[in-house]
Design a protein around this ligand. Structure first.
Ligand SMILES: *Cc1c(COP(=O)(O)O)cnc(C)c1O
Length: 396
């Protein structure tokens, strides 16, 4: 039997393999240098070109690019009218930003538990969490697979709630043939380097609603308008503008916009490669009892952002933390998505209790994120599988 490196064996590989990594090619670099030589570094033509492209790709009527995925969530909440006294329901198994955006607006995040199979927010838990104060639901397409949108749309319609889809993981995914971006009232993307496409930092909000679109633009740009029909004090002077709400400077630059446009041209290629890697992972890990994978739903044609497994530490006789440490010594750097949001000290200090969502508590003790990114070779993929098998077999 092979001895894991953590117990003195030879590591599977010498070069570290990380869980995520951007893929930048010469076309990306050329696109950026073109903008650097142009007249506009920000507020220029690349922004409109990118927003058109996002609309075209997703079928959404409007796209508003912005500084990052967190800013996208913040302006989406503002556009939804989330304010002090409101409640916003979201998943506990997400990045803190999905809940922080409600806090930015003075509202209270309410965590609805996840489905144990799909690891996405459970529509029935959402339904049970609705009160007279609920304003919006922020669903998260965990790991790239669409949340149960039919159920969520219908619950939100029934209760007059605004549905925001945090699609930071799922650009390129389709739900029942419809692209993510055109299903919820507003959909937010992130273009951080660990996500499927990147421009360093970046984000966007997509919507089909003109009213949301107007508000999103205002909140992105200091609350300032140059549209004469919105002025309180009419003026036809070319230099005149008005600030009509309290907004932010959440704009993307043209340098980032052109990089993202260039990345979007590769999304299908990125997505296909991710699918290949996952097919191989699923085939290998199905054979290991004690490892569970995220349940796939037929409605979602998924572009995966993450590949997560669950470690049954009793069956495998190795704990989650020990597993991650053992993988690291094999030079395969895993990660964990996510610490339940309400476990963070900030949330604990707000009064959220451990144990609030039993499913997420259980899943959290088992979760491991394995490497998944476009630049991974077949050999890299086999190294990950080999390392998992080696560690698991040693303990069984
Ligand atoms: C990455 C991420 C965000 C935040 O995006 P940034 O661009 O990093 O601000 C929000 N929600 C989820 C689920 C994410 O994974």
């Amino acid at each position: 039997m092979e001895k894991p490196a953590i117990y003195g064996g030879i590591p599977i590989r010498e070069k570290k393999l990380y869980y995520g990594r951007q893929y930048i090619d010469e076309a990306d670099i050329e696109a950026v240098t073109t903008v650097l030589r142009s007249d506009w570094l920000t507020c220029g033509p690349q922004i409109a070109a990118l927003e058109d492209k996002l609309c075209h790709m997703t079928g959404a009527k409007y796209a508003i690019s912005c500084a990052n995925g967190t800013a996208a969530l913040h302006i989406a909440c503002l556009a939804a009218g989330v304010e002090i006294g409101d409640e916003v329901i979201t998943s506990p198994l997400t990045f803190a930003a999905s809940a922080n955006c409600a806090l930015y607006c003075g509202a209270t995040p309410i965590f609805a538990d996840i489905d144990m199979g799909t690891l996405a927010i459970d529509p029935e838990a959402v339904r049970a969490a609705i009160t007279t104060k609920t304003k919006a639901v922020i669903a998260v397409d965990y790991a790239g697979q669409s949340a149960a949108m039919d159920e969520l749309v219908s619950i939100c319609q029934q209760h007059g709630l605004i549905l925001i889809s945090d699609a930071a993981h799922s650009i390129g995914t389709k739900y029942k043939g419809k692209a993510v971006g055109s299903i919820a009232d507003m959909t937010t993307f992130s273009f951080h380097p660990v996500k499927s496409v990147t421009c360093g930092e970046g984000g966007a909000v997509l919507t089909n609603d003109e009213d949301y679109y107007r508000r999103l633009r205002l909140f992105r740009e200091h609350g300032i308008t140059r549209k004469a029909e919105l002025f309180e004090k009419p003026s036809t002077e070319s230099w005149y503008y008005e600030q009509i709400v309290l907004g932010y400077n959440y704009r993307l630059t043209d340098i980032q916009a052109v990089l993202l446009s260039s990345q979007l041209d590769k999304l299908e290629m990125f997505s296909n490669r991710r699918k290949e890697i996952i097919t191989r992972y699923r085939e290998a890990f199905r054979a290991i009892s004690g490892i569970t994978m995220q349940e796939e739903i037929a409605e979602s044609e998924t572009t995966s952002h993450l590949f997560v497994i669950r470690i049954d530490s009793e069956a495998l006789r190795i704990g989650r933390d020990e597993f991650i440490r053992a993988m690291a010594v094999e030079n395969i750097i895993c990660n964990l998505h996510y610490i339940p949001v309400y476990h963070h000290p900030y949330y604990q200090n707000l009064g959220y209790q451990y144990g609030l969502c039993p499913n997420v508590e259980r899943v959290f003790t088992e979760l491991v994120t394995l490497p998944l990114h476009y630049g991974m070779s077949d050999e890299d993929t086999e190294d990950v599988i080999h390392a998992v098998e080696k560690i698991v077999r040693y303990h069984s």
